[in-house]
Structures are given as C-alpha cells and as structure tokens.
Design a protein around this ligand. Structure first.
Ligand SMILES: Nc1nc2c(ncn2[C@@H]2O[C@H](COP(=O)(O)OP(=O)(O)OP(=O)(O)O)[C@@H](O)[C@H]2O)c(=O)[nH]1
Ligand SMILES: [Mg+2]
Length: 288
C-alpha cells in the first residue's frame, strides 16, 4: 500500500460494510469452533431449539472452548442464562414523586386500553401510596373507544378527564390511551406531548405495547412504526396466549430497552404483573 492510499478518507458506509463483514466472519468462526466442542454444541443447540438467535448463542459460547466451563453442561446453561439476565433490562416501577403522564401506544387490538384500565387500578389502589389517578382518551378514530375507557373509569372510580384538565395539575398520574392506528393523529399526539412537557409540571413517560404472540418481524415493524416517539419502556401483553417467549427475548436483547409490565390475561385489573427477569427467564426455560 502506498503512502497516498493511506490518506484516502474512509466513508461511514465503508466502515459499516467492514463491520458487517467482520461480524459475519466472527459468526462463521464461532460456528466452526463450537462444531468441534460437542458439549458446547449441545448447549448451543438447546438454546437455538428454544428459539434464541443462533449467531448470538454461538458467539457467546465460542470463547469458552478450552475453558474450565467446556465440560460442564450445567455451568454452560447457567452461563447463557446469566448473560440473558444481564442483557434483559427491567424498568423499575418508579415512585411517582413527580407528577407523571403515562402515554400508552401500540398497534391495534394489542391490549392498550385494557392495560390502561389495569394500570389505573394499580396506581390508585394497589400500591403503598394511593396515587391520584385519571384516565385520558386520545383515541379519536375508533368508534366506542371512549366508551371502553369510560367503562373502566366508572367501574374503578377513576375520573376520565379531557386535555384541558392537564393544566389543572390535579393528579399524580394521568394515563393516556391512544388509537392503535395513530397514523394521521401522529403529529397531534406529538404536539400534545410537547405541550405537556412545556406547559405543565408533568413528566412524560411513553410505553410501547407489544404482544408476546407477535412474530419477530411483526415486532420489528411495529417498533419501527413508532420510532418517532421516545419510548421509555416496552409492555408485553397476551403472555397467557403463548409459551414461546423466544421472539420476545431476542427482541428485548436486540433493542436494549427496558420492559416495564406484562399482561397475562383479559381480567381487569388482576391480569397484570410488574416485569421481572426471574419471571421471563422461568417462562422461557419452562415452556411446554
Ligand atoms: N388473552 C389476552 N387477551 C388480552 C390481553 N390484553 C388484552 N386482551 C384482549 O385483547 C382485546 C383487545 O384489547 P384492547 O385493550 O381493547 O386493545 P387495544 O390495543 O386498546 O385495541 P384498539 O383500541 O382497538 O387498538 C380484548 O379482547 C382484550 O380483552 C392479555 O394479556 N391476554
Ligand atoms: Mg383501545
């Protein structure tokens, strides 16, 4: 290589292409290495059969060839679980010391309004401190959308407020329900968020609701559809409808964002749990 060549500026695209190439080489190397270590191969196969991303598992296990772990199956399984435990992020249920507006977004029929119903009851009645909670409906498209939330509001004695009430700052937690197909209301919701942040004392938290029954590519498509929002946490619903949490776990690892709640059924307010690594990993390992 001449001196001149050394000075040619490298573009971002070239660096990205090199990275991708190195990553591919790394993957195939990991695959070869594991292929020569029967027990590592067995443990890799176990997790791949459970649905974890093959390249991810192989890259994780390959460096253990020749280590003291190599001949201990239980240790190898524990090692992968430990890594998952590190990578999964949980959003602690914050003490609502500051006033909070919690906006729930997500695809149609995923369980947003049910979640709002459950969260309202939780904050108002089931925590150490009874928070002053209100519901607000931002679903301007679906006929009957207000009625569903109004029904929960009625049943749980939680007020259903309108946007102007945000300025009264009377509540600790305001839960905002949105339309599944935010579509043309996207900019309206964005400007509501701006107004809340600028003109009220509330902080804004946004959760993207996803279904544990959705396939990997659906999850990607949905998260992409909501990328203009600063998503604070994911909520997964319909955990009662599937035993296979692999797509969800791969997704959480890939996106490196915390999960806050899990919805485990249709019963309001009971079928809601605060997300935990123990629960997710137990479910993942004990699928049947
Ligand atoms: N099995 C199961 N069903 C659920 C769960 N959460 C919600 N559902 C059901 O899913 C259906 C849709 O729930 P909604 O809460 O109305 O969903 P949504 O996202 O508000 O729907 P849109 O407003 O139409 O976008 C209802 O029949 C709920 O009872 C869950 O965790 N498990
Ligand atoms: Mg709804």
């Amino acid at each position: 290589m001449t001196q001149e060549n050394d000075n040619i500026p490298v573009t971002i695209e070239e660096i990205q292409a090199l990275r991708a190439e190195i990553s591919l080489m790394h993957e195939s190397l990991a695959h070869d290495v594991i292929g020569h270590a029967p027990l590592l191969q067995k443990v890799a196969d176990l997790f791949v059969a459970k649905g974890l991303d093959k390249a991810w598992v192989e890259k994780l296990l390959a460096p253990l060839v020749g280590s003291s772990f190599e001949n201990d199956e239980m240790l190898l399984v524990a090692y992968v679980l430990e890594e998952l435990d590190i990578l999964l992020k949980i959003k602690d249920e914050t003490n609502v010391l500051d006033k909070k507006v919690h906006i729930v977004v997500g695809a149609t029929g995923i369980g947003k309004t049910s979640l709002i119903g459950k969260l309202g009851a939780r904050y108002a009645y089931f925590l150490n401190i009874p928070y002053k909670v209100a519901y607000l409906n931002f679903d301007r498209q679906k006929v009957g959308a207000v009625e569903q939330l109004a029904h929960y509001a009625d049943a749980m004695n939680i007020p259903l407020i309108v946007e102007e009430d945000l300025f009264g700052e009377e509540y600790d937690v305001i839960l905002i329900d949105t339309a599944g197909s935010i579509g043309k209301n996207l900019s309206e919701l964005e400007s509501l968020i701006d107004i809340i942040q600028r003109d009220t004392a509330y902080s804004v938290e946004i959760s993207l609701v996803l279904s544990a029954t959705s396939k990997a590519r659906d999850l990607e498509r949905i998260v992409d559809g909501f990328k203009s929002f600063a998503i604070d946490s994911f909520v997964f619903t319909k955990l009662d409808e599937t035993y296979d949490l692999a797509d969800m776990i791969n997704f959480l690892i890939e996106h490196n964002k915390p999960i806050s709640y899990l919805s485990t059924g249709q019963v309001i307010p009971e079928d809601l749990i605060v997300a935990s690594k123990e629960y997710l990993l137990n479910q993942f390992m004990n699928e049947e």
